[in-house]
Design a protein around this ligand. Sequence first.
Ligand code: NAI
Length: 517
Amino acid sequence: PTASASAPKPLFKVNSDLVEYTDSHILSKYAYSNTIVNKQADGSLVVEPVEQVYHFKTDRVVPRVGLMMVGWGGNNGTTLTASILAHKHDLTWRTKSGEHKANYFGSVTQASTVRLGVTPEGEDIYVPLSKMLPMVDPTDLVISGWDISGKNLGDSMNRAQVLEYDLQRQVYDEMSKMTPLPSIYYPDFIAANQSDRADNLIPGDDKRKHADLIRKDIQEFKAANNLDKVVVVWTANTERYAELIPGVNDTADNFLKAVAESHDEVAPSSIFALACIEEGVPFINGSPQNTFVPGLIELAERERAFIGGDDFKSGQTKFKSAIVDFLVNAGIKPVAITSYNHLGNNDGKNLSSHKQFRSKEISKSTVVDDMVAANDILYKPGEHPDHTVVIKYVPSVGDSKRALDEYECDIFMGGRQSISIYNICEDSFLASPLIIDLVVLGELLTRIQYKTGEMTKFSSFHSVMSLLSYMLKAPMVSPNTPVVNALGRQRSAIENIMRACVGLAPNNEMGLEHKIW
Ligand code: NAI
């Protein structure tokens, strides 16, 4: 770590034999309780409570972190950059409704709290989630990135039409000095209607060379800014799916060979991911395409590099993963989920092309599967609610996306309930805080190590950062791991793994102390 890096003073210290604070680490010993269910041949279930001891070791020194965004000049990239500058300079700006100040609302790490425990008198004590463990402050992030559009960030922010003018005005000068690095453009992967902004390109068609140039960009950014770590997030246009071809992208070696041969089915996003895996830099995919072909996942595992994805879960899908969880767990049976979207930003323009829309449609459609499969009282095996997703490009609404959802449900005694939701919001105000969370939590995951009984050395968590699922529509998980989409379960995982790292039991909501005489 650089001289600037230090261990922040914790908000609380856990007083327990199971936890030790050193200058550099928090060490915890944690008994993980699980319930193993054995299915018997006669259909009965034999249940066994098991317990395994985990040792966690969290690096307390918060590093100096750089964030590099692919698609930096887009609506999300510019909105996030401006918001961080607004925080850095403590800016205020006026709209017709009065004076505004920068905030991180919508970021689970920066703007939500965790119930730490209760006082002896029975009062619940909540602390910011960002104070559970030492974490990067987003205001300290050093930002850079790539874009196929060479416009400076000030002009790109104007083009995005997201932030209030009085704020744009105040950050314009600083942002106009920021220019995205040239990027990789394989025209076939994004919509043809994007070609008119592609004026900032890395030349040539040698894909191996492209990956090496991206690696060099990362190294230079790190050195120039004296950074300890870099995290890369793909917030560029949605690409079409890459075709999965045996011998091309099915194994790590085949993928590397395909890159060396500049195979047509290797997407720009996969080249960025490759560069990051080779650099040991976490790479998170905020768009729906299958950047992480099987060969790349295998490579990340082999290199023990951190990867996460796919597709920011910002508006409609986030709501869906909360409301369907509620309905199904309440014993109400959604039989049809019908979602209409219209939006007028450049993302919408790109998605007006069929192949790119298809990537989004796939990503949006799997979101209720685990919740439906969990309830065989409501759904027979294989039964699924009708689920339809429509997205239309309506330029005049700009970044202010409209999402209309109808949930048609079977209820008591043959009754029907129709729930209709109309969600209007600037898309980039929803996505930008998610980028912050992905970076803050992604970076944290690089500082946590674990050891179980049989292991002689501490190890990092698995390459695929499934803990980031809360922020992602189609969460990637490690092989043979069930995907969890239910929002509440995803949040519990974040909260409880953090608690385990400081030796605290999971929040279990039993509140026994309030239920006894
Ligand atoms: P945008 O279209 O404003 O920005 C994307 C940027 O990527 C553009 O500036 C474009 O020039 C650039 N780009 C395209 N290909 C590139 C490449 N190969 N290398 C570098 N730059 C490249 O889109 P926006 O609204 O910022 O969204 C970004 C992505 O995030 C989209 O794929 C979108 O589907 C995804 N997303 C956004 C959500 C939201 O805004 N609420 C939610 C979920 C996902």
